[in-house]
Design a protein around this ligand. Sequence first.
Ligand SMILES: [Ca+2]
Length: 211
Amino acid sequence: MVIALVLQIMINVSLFVLQQSQDSSRFKIDPARGIIQVASPLYLDTGNYNLTVVATDNGAPPLSAEALVYVDMRRNENAPVFATNYTRNISEYASIGQHVVTVSASDADPVTSPSGQLTYELVDGPTQGAVGYFSLSEERSEGVISVNRSLRDFPSSNMYFRVRASDRGVPSKSDTAYVNVRYVYCSSMILPRLGLLVITMYILLNCDDRF
Ligand SMILES: [Ca+2]
């Protein structure tokens, strides 16, 4: 990890140093250019860092100034997780744009952080080429999968592909779920059968008709 903070905005500055502190031990600074870099792994640390940079000029006597540097740690501790795979049956005559399924993953990182914000994409396989018949749009942190091409053009009625959810953390983490779309041949559809039809008839009789 490199934190490229260029502090050399003053002319005639001859020396940059980090004021010693517990936080400063994690970083180092280029004394001539003022570029701050990570000096040791930060993976196990919690919280953020406050650094003080001291810049000294070449005057006689030399003068110096301080600048505070706040390092905001952006952690990506959790990967997105799909709770399930998806299976849908759809007519072979499904029109282009027809909704197939909406997928959703969760991420335990805060949604206010890039590490908790998800994007979705379709991934080909295991049924090669099947993914080309579908499109994905993102709506409210979900992935909406729709028909993108006539399913009748595909040689198999059983189509498997994948959907990947990735967070926007650095480095990004992701999870993948399977989507199984089976399209139904209308010619082989079973027509509904009539059940037993019970008809009840009521006949109004005058009392006198009973005798
Ligand atoms: Ca995450």
